[in-house]
Design a protein around this ligand. Structure first.
Ligand code: KIV
Ligand code: NA
Length: 275
């Protein structure tokens, strides 16, 4: 069996090879993505994708732990990173440590991700010093949607650049092993990627990043509405609908199940035809 990648393995990929990542929320899709991805993120986007919340704000810690466990069981080689949900880490480094340690112990994941730049620098240092690998997430930070006023691209005006670059610099300096850049323009992503020693993982942040991540259901073509930065690599929504429509027809016309999907008696007697 192959060794599972760890946070430093991902960090070492910067400038060597593009880092491939996807979100994963459950065991069977994690097992498939594991064959092609360097890390899998159990994103708090699962609240929206799997559970129908409007934003990621309501997602509880226990839900992250349930899905984190499923993904760790499903994946063998990829590093599994679990998102810390809103409210579980912002209050203080000590609260963050308690909740991150709970996530690591109960899921066996290899790292956690927290949103926020400078304001989380002290917490990142505190966690890393105590054995918790941390991935950062800056640019558009969806847990702050109620402050930002919507899911909007960041850094589209030059005046915004300095603050976002400073966020990246400080989280890198605090010991994060990687940083997600969400919904920022290419020139800003290029400047950040060139100026920090840890890999940048882009989502809607251009080719200038060291790696890419997408929400799996979005890139598979399952999510009904997706942001501009999503390329649909599949038509899973259509595949599912075709299968369910055919199943419904087959049940209504009594074309399913047939003897091949029915248990025989052990004495070999054929099952009795109904009606
Ligand atoms: O929750 C999530 O899926 C994420 C990725 C979009 C980076 O944070
Ligand atoms: Na997230």
């Amino acid at each position: 069996t192959q060794k599972r990648l760890m946070a430093p393995d991902i960090a070492a990929m910067k400038r060597r090879q593009p880092i491939v990542a996807l979100t994963a929320y459950h065991a069977h899709t994690a097992a498939i993505a594991d064959r092609y991805c360097d890390f899998l993120l159990v994103g708090d986007s699962l609240g929206m994708v799997m559970h129908g919340y409007e934003t990621t704000v309501p997602v509880p810690l226990d839900l992250m732990i349930m899905h984190g466990r499923a993904v760790v069981r499903g994946a063998r080689r990829a590093l599994v990173v679990v998102d810390m949900p809103f409210g579980s880490y912002e209050e203080s480094p000590a609260v963050a440590f308690r909740n991150c340690a709970k996530v690591m112990k109960e899921t066996d994941c290899g790292a956690v991700k927290i949103e926020g730049g400078r304001r989380m620098a002290e917490t990142i240092r505190y966690l890393v010093d105590r054995g918790i690998p941390v991935m950062s997430h800056i640019g558009l930070t969806p847990q702050s949607v109620n402050v930002i006023g919507g899911f909007k691209a960041q850094g589209r005006q030059r005046e915004e650049w300095a603050a976002i670059e400073e966020d990246a610099r400080q989280v890198a300096e605090s010991g994060a092993f990687g940083i997600v850049l969400e919904a920022i323009t290419e020139p800003l992503a290029a400047r950040i990627t060139a100026s920090i020693p840890i890999p940048t993982i882009g989502i809607g942040a251009s080719l200038a990043c060291d790696g890419q991540i997408l929400v799996m259901e979005d890139m598979l073509g399952l999510s009904p509405r997706v942001p501009r930065f999503v390329k649909k690599f599949g038509k899973v929504g259509e595949v599912i609908e075709d299968a369910i429509r055919t199943y419904a027809e087959d049940v209504r016309t009594r074309a399913f199940p047939t003897p091949e999907h029915t248990y025989a008696m052990q004495d070999g007697a054929p099952s009795k035809e109904r009606r």
